[in-house]
Design a protein around this ligand. Structure first.
Ligand SMILES: [Zn+2]
Length: 149
């Protein structure tokens, strides 16, 4: 038996027992896992903070966590917030990032937040020219990775 700390979409936290990790996955896929407080099937494994693990050494650690799930939830939320903000408010310029950033800096293009791809060499040149750019963490970038201004 495996005990999971689960969390629903409206942040109710509850515990549930499953015969195995696979059973959790299948039951969830079939919509058999629901929140006891509000009944939603939109539940997911809550990330257990290290402090909780420390206090409860017997707590089973889910073995099927993907990379993204190992990132603390707070960080994931922050990255997700950035990603949504960037996607909504920033202009995607793709490979033209360096050209466009330079044009904006020189007043040749409309002043606006942009994001896109650039090479490390171009990024270095931009920074040397005093153009404020920042790398976007992969998780915060709707298109993958690379630079943002
Ligand atoms: Zn709920």
């Amino acid at each position: 038996m495996i005990k999971y700390n689960l969390k629903c979409a409206t942040k109710h936290e509850f515990e549930a027992w499953f015969p195995s990790i696979e059973d959790y996955d299948t039951q969830r896929e079939r919509g058999l896992v629901s929140c006891p407080y509000c009944g939603t099937h939109d539940v997911e494994k809550a990330i257990m903070a290290p402090a909780i693990k420390k206090g409860a050494p017997d707590a089973p650690i889910p073995a099927s966590l993907g990379n993204e799930q190992l990132i603390p939830e707070e960080l994931q939320k922050m990255f997700k917030g950035w990603r949504e903000k960037v996607e909504k408010e920033f202009d995607y310029v793709g490979d033209n990032f360096a050209t466009e950033a330079r044009a904006i800096h020189n007043g040749e293009s409309d002043e606006r937040p942009i994001y896109g791809e650039t090479t490390p060499k171009e990024a270095k040149e931009l920074i040397e020219e005093g153009i404020p750019i920042a790398p976007l963490p992969p998780l915060a970038n709707p298109k993958g990775d690379k630079g943002v201004s």
